[in-house]
Design a binder for this molecule. Structure first.
Ligand code: MF3
Ligand code: CO
Length: 296
């Protein structure tokens, strides 16, 4: 992280770095001074690159529209007997038909267009024609889109047929965790405000949250700073300012928080105790007066 590096100095009458066309002193100067004061109080603050301008936000919202449409389509068609390989083909076909590229495809060697994580799979489940969804399964479908170079990222849980009450509750509470986290996202607050809200709701319900894998800044790249965890405390972690975009994507385990990675594929995380895990992922924009959910 480079937040301690001094940023290029802009003159009061120079054009603002946000490309609004206005003079710096009439645009982001006071904003930058406020961030600098908070940094001097000892907080982690965002570098400029993490603060999206209006054009970038508009472009990321267009990408998010594809992501939402793809997950809507999956929700309408997913059912018992469908393979996760079939879901991968839906995602590839629909994303490309709408002019986008599935971001996971070939990302650090990832072989498919989407992640499909069933039951005790925590995340990064790799779609396969051999994985047939069966009655009682819970599955996360994690979709990420590149449109004109701009990224969107979100995921949802789906319940297949008759799901046990305890698994259904895990899925619902995990979504509530994201909603409670989202409520805490506001300008001049801190990422830890969100993290603690997510954490407290999961643990109050007897669940745990995975420590090693978290959310991330997103938009100009697939994974940007800040790293987004859920074991952080209110008033800590990165300062939030308007224009930041990041994901809230806790992996909530019915049992213990420990996970392991499948040695054969190097990707898929499982719960160590093999109990079910659920995840929802919201992509969130910090606005002037709160937050906006861009995809889910
Ligand atoms: N979509 C995941 C996330 O939420 C990242 C998946 S990387 C992949 O950050 F390569 F596995 F697709
Ligand atoms: Co993500």
């Amino acid at each position: 992280m480079l937040q301690h590096v001094k940023q290029i100095k802009i003159g009061r009458n120079d054009p603002c770095w946000c490309k609004s066309g206005r003079k710096y002193k009439q645009c982001h100067m006071a904003f930058d001074e406020k961030i600098e004061r908070i940094r001097q109080e000892g907080h982690v603050v965002p570098i400029r690159k993490l603060i999206k301008n209006a054009d970038q936000i508009a472009a990321i919202k267009e990408s998010a529209k594809i992501n939402i449409a793809v997950l809507d389509y999956v929700g309408e068609h997913i059912q018992e007997g469908v393979t996760t390989g079939q879901i991968d083909r839906w995602v590839y076909d629909l994303t490309t038909k709408m002019g986008g590229i599935p971001a996971p495809l070939n990302y650090q060697g990832y072989p498919k267009s989407v992640c499909t994580s069933v039951n005790d799979q925590v995340c990064h489940g790799i779609p396969s024609e051999d994985v047939v969804l069966k009655d009682g399964d819970i599955v996360n479908v994690d979709c990420s889109t590149i449109l004109n170079g701009f990224y969107s990222d979100s995921s949802r849980m789906f319940c297949i047929g008759n799901v046990s009450e305890e698994k259904r509750r895990l899925v619902e509470v995990t979504k509530e965790c994201c909603d409670k986290g989202l409520e805490q996202v506001k300008p001049w607050g801190f990422l830890g405000d969100m993290g603690q809200a997510v954490h407290d709701h999961a643990y109050a319900n007897g669940y745990s949250i995975v420590r090693e894998i978290g959310g991330h800044g997103v938009g100009l790249d697939f994974h940007e700073d800040p790293w987004v965890g859920y074991h952080s405390k209110k008033g800590t972690e990165m300062l939030l300012v308007p224009g930041m975009i990041f994901t809230i994507e806790p992996m909530v385990n019915m049992g213990k928080e420990d996970i392991f990675i499948d040695e054969d594929n190097g990707w898929t995380a499982y719960t160590e105790d093999r109990k079910p895990s659920a995840q929802w992922e919201y992509m969130v924009l910090v606005t002037e007066d709160g937050a906006e959910k861009l995809s889910w």
